[in-house]
Every structure is written in C-alpha cells, then in structure tokens.
Ligand binder design. Sequence first.
Ligand code: FAD
Ligand code: SF4
Length: 457
Amino acid sequence: MLDRVPVREQDPKLRATNFGEVAYGYLHDEAVAEANRCLNCRKKFCKEACPVAIDIPAFIAHIKEGDIAAAADVIRKDSMLPSICGRVCPQEIQCEGECVLGKKGKAVAIGALERFVGDWELKNPIQDVAVPAVKEAKVAIVGSGPAGLTCAADLAQMGYEVVVFEALHKLGGVLQYGIPEFRLPKSEVVEREIAKVERLGVKFELNTIIGRTLTIDELFDNEGFSAVFVASGAGLPKFMGIGGENLNGVISANEFLTRTNLMKAYRDDYDTPIIAGKRTVVVGGGNVAMDAVRTALRLGAEATIVYRRSEEELPARLEEVHHARQEGIDFRMLTNPVEILGDGEGRVRGIRCIRMELGKKDESGRRKPVEVAGSEFEIECDVVIMALGTSPNPLIVSTTEGIATTRWGGIVADDDTATSREGIFAGGDAVTGAATVILAMGAGRKAAVAINEYLCK
Ligand code: FAD
Ligand code: SF4
C-alpha cells in the first residue's frame, strides 16, 4: 500500500513566530499521487460519513485524471465552502475515519484533496450565474456563519430573494472571528468563498443586530419577509466559576481570538489592544483552546494548555494537537484549575491546579476525571484564557415571542429545523451548541429545503 503523500508545512520554529498558514496544501502532482491511492470502493463509506454527503470517490476520480474542474463540479453540488472544510473539518472522525485504507494504514487524505480542489476553484472561478429571484417570498437569515451562508446559497439557487443580517462588520461568523489566520486565511480563503455566495445574488446587511437594530417581528411585519432562518451561533463564553476569574489578565478565548482575528491585534498597523502575556495558561482541550494557545505563542508568550482529562480525550482535531506540540506548546493533562491567584494589585500572578485521574465512564461515554486528594500545585502565569465552551446568545429568543429553548439556552428545532414558532427556522450552533463547521452547513442545507417546502404550501 502506498504511503500517504505528506502535506508540506511551514517549519514549526518559524511558524511559531508568525501568523502565516501552517499547511501549504498539495501541488498538482502531489494531489494526483494522493488521489491514486483511493480504491474507488463500491460501498462509499467515506461519503456516508460526510455530513453533507459529498461524492468523495467521484471527485477523487476526477483528480486522478487531472480534471480538477470536473472535481470542483462534483463538490459544488453539496458544498459551497470546500477550501474552508478541507482545512478545518475533523476528517479523522468523519470521512477519513471510514476510509477502508485507514483500517490497516493511512486513510486517503480526503480533506487535503478537497482543499486542493477548493483552492483551485478560487484561482479559476467559474462564472457563477445569479439565479433571478423568481419566487415572490423573501427570506431573512440571521447570521453569516457556515449555517447561514449555506442556507442562503441554497435558497438563492432555488430562486428566492435572500438577505443575510450580520451583527459584525465582517461576514463569516467563527470562520472570520474565531479560527486564526494561520489555520484559515481570511482574505485568500474565507472572503473569496463568501464572494461565491454573493455572486449567487444573496444580499448581506452588515452591522445589523437582529433583536436590537430590527426584531424578528419587524422583519415579518415591516420588511416583507415570509420566513426567517436563525443561524446566530453560540458566541457566549463560559467561565469556571472559580475564585480569581475577575482579575486583570483573565479573558475568554472568544474575546482573545476575536481581538486577534477580526480586529487584527497581531498586526502592527492595527491599534487593537491585546493581553498576550509572558506566560499564558489556556484552560480547555478543544479546537478553541488549541487556537487560543497557539495564538498566544505567536504573540510572544510561553504558552501552556491545562486540560482535566487525558490526551486521548482531547476533543480538538488531531492535526491541531500535533501542530501545537511541534510548535512547543506545553501540555498539562489531567490537571484542573481550582483558583486563579492575584498579585495583590488586581492582576493575575498564577493559577492553582489539582491533579486528576480518570474514573468510571460518565454520560458522555468518556471516563470521568476525579481529583487526586492533596495534589494541588501552582503554575506561574500572567494571563489565563478560558476556552471551556460557549452557549447561544439569548438576545433573539428574549426579543421574539414563542421560540422554545432548552435549559442551556439552545433554540429548540425539529429534524427539519422548524422552531416552535411558525415561519421561524433555526440551525447550526444556535441549536446544537458549539459544534462543527460542517454540521452547521448541514443544518443550513436542511433549513433551505424546509423553508422552500413551507413557502410552497
Ligand atoms: P457562527 O459561525 O457562530 O456564526 C453565527 C453568526 O451570527 C456570527 O457571525 C454572529 O456575529 C452572527 N449573529 C449572532 N447573533 C446575531 C444577531 N442577533 N443578529 C445578527 N447576527 C448575529 N469547527 C470545525 O469544524 N473545525 C474547527 O477546526 C473548528 N475550530 C473552531 C475554532 C474556534 C476558535 C471556534 C470558536 C469554533 C471552531 N469550530 C470549528 C466550530 C465552528 O466554527 C462552529 O461550529 C460553526 O462556525 C458554527 O456555525 P454557525 O453558522 O452556526 O455559527
Ligand atoms: Fe477512496 Fe477511502 Fe472513500 Fe474508499 S473509503 S472510496 S479508498 S476515500
């Protein structure tokens, strides 16, 4: 069995000091060589494991022939954002996790191949034709993250007039403000993929907070919309509730990353203030924690991850953990903070932690971390970044009557994305809580179908 063709990367020592992209992606010959590893299995396990069911063997077959335009045509049927998904999807637990080659060796590098095709298409754009808005009904979408963008693109292609309302001054949701430049370049990738959606005729209203600038009821009653898709994400950070969290130097990963990505704090030509610290501790083990710790490193800090379970349970993408290790991030596994320590003048001077061990499995199926009595110790630091997950912002549901929510604030939506209020649909992180780009895109697709059915009734 041929070995997987490696993806060329920026040298770890060098990239730890800059925000340039880590992985360079395949060149044409590398992509063709990797595509040739695919067995074109009769039963398409990889396709079944892709949340938007891209016909993976079909697009790979076109790469083998060197026909990248045809590969792009295949992907476009199911995804408008291949350059993004190829870079950030957790492929190892989705398509690549089911690739038969992965049973005995390394799965086909489906993500890297998808990225190759997506990037080719960005450099060789097809002439997208906006479908005229032939349908009478107008649809409003709240939020321009992957859920909102996908729903907008699908509805525009069905002939609807679609307006996306976005609270921020830039489009893309987490793709723009959360995931760092070194993993997902903004102007070369995110903005160019969004331009494809714009070329379909979708309109965007920036700096518009639904629930403040306009309410959902006003969208129906005064602005002439017949259906609304709420794709407002889950941007509200959580804290631990331990002592010292209000000290100077404690910050949520969301704020830290937004300052760096959206407001470009890492660039000398921007004035955005940021506290990067000399020694920074990031609490958490997901993608957000990895992004925060690697950002802190690039801003000049000695950076440490503190995570209460073991390496096996780290929820971040494997590649991110591997890259973080290569760059010199210090990982303290089975460690949980109990208090953030102050210097007597309101600033962070350290964090007191306790060692953990793994007990019995909990409701998530993972072994529950339990404290080891008497094992407390301190880590000296001047910044603590909390990356413990996020929940949906309550603004929309608190200003719109009749939308049922869960105990933790998620919008309740059925399998077809319909909420408890007629004409209002919801999907992505606003419904599931913090999840993944591709699951949000899948929800956007479902919502477009459901909204079309609703409007055709
Ligand atoms: P979002 O992307 O959150 O977009 C919601 C949008 O709605 C935002 O632009 C917001 O400003 C806007 N909005 C909110 N309220 C309003 C309002 N009232 N009016 C108007 N607009 C509003 N997933 C992966 O698959 N792979 C990864 O590697 C990965 N890394 C991540 C790293 C970080 C730092 C973070 C935070 C998340 C990461 N995720 C990753 C998760 C993924 O990005 C999200 O699951 C996904 O973006 C959710 O999409 P969404 O469209 O539901 O919401
Ligand atoms: Fe190719 Fe792997 Fe999919 Fe089979 S499972 S078609 S080898 S990518």
